[in-house]
Design a protein around this ligand. Structure first.
Ligand code: HEC
Length: 413
């Protein structure tokens, strides 16, 4: 009897603790100098020995594309796991990326309502301050990202001049990606075979500008085998826009488009910034620690705070904002944000301004204004500054961040 009683009370006092996990990092393996890493093939035998890491990508929800049919098709999207392996040496770095996809969607011929599968690899141009990385996905003013984009497109007829022409990053922040894709549609079905592979520099939604980096070349490729895609991205270590030749670690992000669901532009899956550690290089610990950190606050407490202070403007999962155009939809924000980014967005709203170009945005409700120096200023009030006087405390902000981090969806099987 007695023993039973003790056992019972032990069971009663057991508490289920589920701690939030941080993101994994990727170790790039140093390979022999004879391998031309920046041009490595996706089926090169070298990949067999490289361990891949699972990285989670979540449906982009911050802004919406103005396409009812496509939005409906993607409304219930789950997260996706991709497998990433990385290698480097003194002449380059490469990633092999694999993901499941039941359908092979390749654009070829004159099919105007057919969208290709595709992927992108993003690099931050500056990452010496790991807490101040560019806005994930698109970069932001003063913190640009490089977007290497590959779409499964065949029969793209470009003239030689066109292939050689690439404007410099444009001042007007004109969206040359859209122009590019329009031209691609118009030319589909003509004789030349050309995979769509390009690099853009971006400082926010709507500002992607195609560039040609004079210091390095890159290669991308993708191929379908039953059940999924294998893709590769390689480039030189040094480049005009991002120098990876010395860093002990650097951030990378991945995006996927699913043609079967009319995926294009902002209808994509996106990872958070993931730390890449070139094995055998010194340094980079701060960046790895930052990007693999789990939030330390209490999400349950944070949920209550966020519901009362933030939900009038922001959509939070099932809880819809008063009006969807007031502020970014945060239903998936935990899936593609770092802990540092969430904190910074709260205490210093204008540090990274989600640059709107919200196609659904109401023109009377812009997300930012411009000050006398031409710098973007967020309309989000600096509600919490982390001071204790009459304001929320640092701990409250940690709790809010822990809650925002939970805003993501399940991973698809
Ligand atoms: C008056 C409306 C308003 C309120 C209230 C508000 N925000 Fe915002 N928030 C915005 C706008 C507009 C943006 C986009 C511009 C920017 O990046 O600052 C934004 C951006 C953000 C972002 C970046 C979103 C992204 O997709 O990257 C986060 C995180 C955020 N807010 C958190 C909060 C939290 C937490 C609160 C409550 C403490 C809050 N906001 C309250 C309007 C608001």
């Amino acid at each position: 009897m007695r023993a039973n009683h003790i056992f019972g009370s032990i069971l009663l006092t057991m508490v289920i603790v589920s701690a939030a996990a941080g993101n994994p990092s990727i170790t790039a393996v140093n390979v022999t100098e004879r391998v031309e890493v920046s041009k490595i093939a996706l089926d090169d035998s070298i990949w067999q020995d490289i361990k891949a890491v699972d990285i989670a990508l979540y449906p982009q929800r911050t802004i919406r594309l103005n396409d009812k049919k496509a939005n409906a098709l993607n409304a219930d999207n789950r997260g996706k796991l991709i497998k990433v392996a990385a290698i480097y040496n003194s002449n380059g770095i490469a990633f092999r990326i694999q993901w499941k996809d039941d359908t092979r969607n390749v654009q070829s011929g004159m099919q105007s309502d057919l969208y290709p599968d595709g992927f992108a690899v993003q690099l931050a141009t500056k990452f010496d301050e790991p807490q101040k990385l560019p806005y994930i996905g698109m970069g932001s003013e003063g913190r640009p990202v490089l977007v290497y984009l590959h779409k499964a497109v065949k029969a793209y007829n470009t003239s030689k001049e066109e292939r050689e022409r690439a404007p410099d990053a444009n001042e007007a922040k004109r969206n040359t990606l859209d122009e590019n894709l329009t031209r691609l549609d118009a030319n589909a079905g003509k004789s030349d075979v050309f995979d769509y592979k390009k690099v853009f520099i971006s400082e926010g939604f709507g500002s992607m500008t195609e560039i040609r980096d004079s210091n390095h070349t890159f290669e991308t490729d993708m191929t379908y085998t039953a059940g999924g895609w294998t893709a590769v991205f390689g480039r030189g270590l040094k480049g005009e826009y991002a120098d990876l030749s010395r860093a002990g670690a650097f951030p990378v992000a991945f995006a996927l488009w699913d043609g079967a669901k009319m995926g294009r532009a902002d209808i994509k899956h996106l990872s958070s910034w993931i730390a890449v550690k070139p094995k055998e290089r010194k340094g980079g610990e701060a960046l790895v620690a930052e990007l693999t950190a789990a939030p330390k606050g209490d999400a349950v407490v944070g949920e209550v705070l966020v519901a009362s202070y933030c939900s009038s403007c922001h959509t939070l999962g099932d809880k819809k904002a008063v009006a969807p155009y007031l502020a970014p939809d945060m239903s998936m924000i935990g899936g593609y944000s770092t802990v540092a980014y969430l904190r910074e967005s709260i205490v210093e709203p204008s540090a990274v301004v989600v640059p709107g170009y919200n196609r659904n945005a109401h023109k009377n409700y812009p997300w930012y204004g411009v000050d006398e120096n031409g710098t973007r200023v967020s309309v989000m009030p600096q509600i919490w500054d982390g001071s204790t006087e009459g304001n929320r405390t640092d701990d409250d902000i940690d709790d809010a961040v822990a809650y925002l981090w939970t805003l993501k969806t399940k991973i698809e099987k």
